[in-house]
Design a protein around this ligand. Sequence first.
Ligand SMILES: Cc1cc2nc3c(=O)[nH]c(=O)nc-3n(C[C@H](O)[C@H](O)[C@H](O)COP(=O)(O)OP(=O)(O)OC[C@H]3O[C@@H](n4cnc5c(N)ncnc54)[C@H](O)[C@@H]3O)c2cc1C
Length: 475
Amino acid sequence: MIHIIGGGLAGSEAAWQASSRGVPVTLYEMRPDRPTPVHQTDQLAELVCSNSFRADKLENAVGLLKAEMRRLGSLVMRIADVTRVPAGGALAVDRGRFSEAITSTLRDAPLVTIERTEVPDLSAAGNVREPVIVATGPLTSPSLSAAVAALVGREHLYFYDAISPIVLAESVDPAIVFRASRWGRDTAVSATDDEQPGVRCAVDTQGAGDYLNCPMTAVEYRRFYDALVGAELATVHEIDRQRFFEGCLPIEVMARRGEDTLRFGPMKPVGLTDPRTGRRPYAVVQLRQDTLAGDHFSLVGFQTQLKWGEQARVLRLIPGLERAEFVRFGMIHRNTYINGPSALHPTWQCRQDPSVLFAGQISGVEGYVESAASGLVAGLNAASLAQGELPQAPPRETAIGALGHYVSHANPSNYQPSNIAFGLIPVVQGAPRRRADRRRAVAERALSRIDAWRATLPEASPANHTHANTRALLS
Ligand SMILES: Cc1cc2nc3c(=O)[nH]c(=O)nc-3n(C[C@H](O)[C@H](O)[C@H](O)COP(=O)(O)OP(=O)(O)OC[C@H]3O[C@@H](n4cnc5c(N)ncnc54)[C@H](O)[C@@H]3O)c2cc1C
């Protein structure tokens, strides 16, 4: 028997995977008795915001992750494919039909018992020697959050997420942007097994300096400032209508405090000299490397609640970012998540207690697909534990394995949840130079590795899902 706390995307996928391997599962979901501020229904795997699972092509990392999940028999992918709605190159679903189908499939699965109750602590999930998956998401109930803090250490549990936008390094203009650290203070880079040669930013890769700097004249700053204070904010969920921590104020909130506030805050130019002019710029936007491969850079201190379209419009006014491609837009929302590198193994088992596994947003991943993907591996591994077998991590060359590697191996001192990105997957040595070809090479290798890994797993048995609807889904 395994216990899964939280019937969201991660918990539902974990329940499916474990029960498909013949292991009985109790899935605990606190809704509808204990609602959350964003869920609207009592269905499992409710999509709390967008109805999109993002890109569905192999040239995109989340497309590759989906392809791997399909090969591993993911319930979330199967139902998403059945309930998809037209959305160009993206996989978007009819959200009502999607969560209804997940709910009815798990309700009809003979080895899955759904209990509608809040689990207040980890012992309440049942026999502590039986594996427990914590998949309670960004809005984990307060009492369980306290229990998780006690397990992993209070300093390793966060409750708030301020995300700055991330741009593709290749889309930054190297004629304008220069590489430098403030006062020339660079981080000494030590060689680790995590370092990857290959994809690098087009901006002065040989130059010294940890940051890419976008310099602004007074005129450019004024134009940016006016656009920023006039830009439209995203609809804010009630939970987010809270006072922001001073340390992570949205840039638009800072800007409204006065025209120069940003120049003395995240856009301060001190300690930087623009090599084109030989002078200190009027203001600077700094970009910090965000992936080991160096293909993604985040805008330092630019957490924002502007609408995504508005972010693109306003941020492209920054010199050097006129053609920026955004890998992720900025956001601020409540988000309960653990510091994965301090608390998790790549099998999603907790370092402090390996019979407890974490999955979904609380484990330190970002996004619907990533949450379901972590649930998939956690479900398989909890089933292995229940059957007396050794849990396994998928190969790191796969998107699903790279996600687990990132969560368990990233720098713990500045840990941020991440979407899957090609920058997290090791490059293919000798791959072609064109970006699309490079990505195709990574995807081909990943799919062959996932097939080989799947062959090592115990077979999922349709006999564990006897209901007619479920058999139809499996056929
Ligand atoms: C406001 C907001 C908007 C988001 N929008 C997007 C988006 O548009 N696209 C995207 O890809 N990602 C989005 N995310 C991020 C993330 O992908 C989703 O939150 C996703 O639902 C995470 O899946 P999960 O399974 O980890 O958590 P959830 O889907 O939230 O599932 C967790 C479940 O656990 C239950 N639960 C909590 N505590 C307990 C307890 N103690 N006992 C029993 N049950 C409990 C909850 O009721 C919930 O059903 C958003 C997050 C937030 C907070």
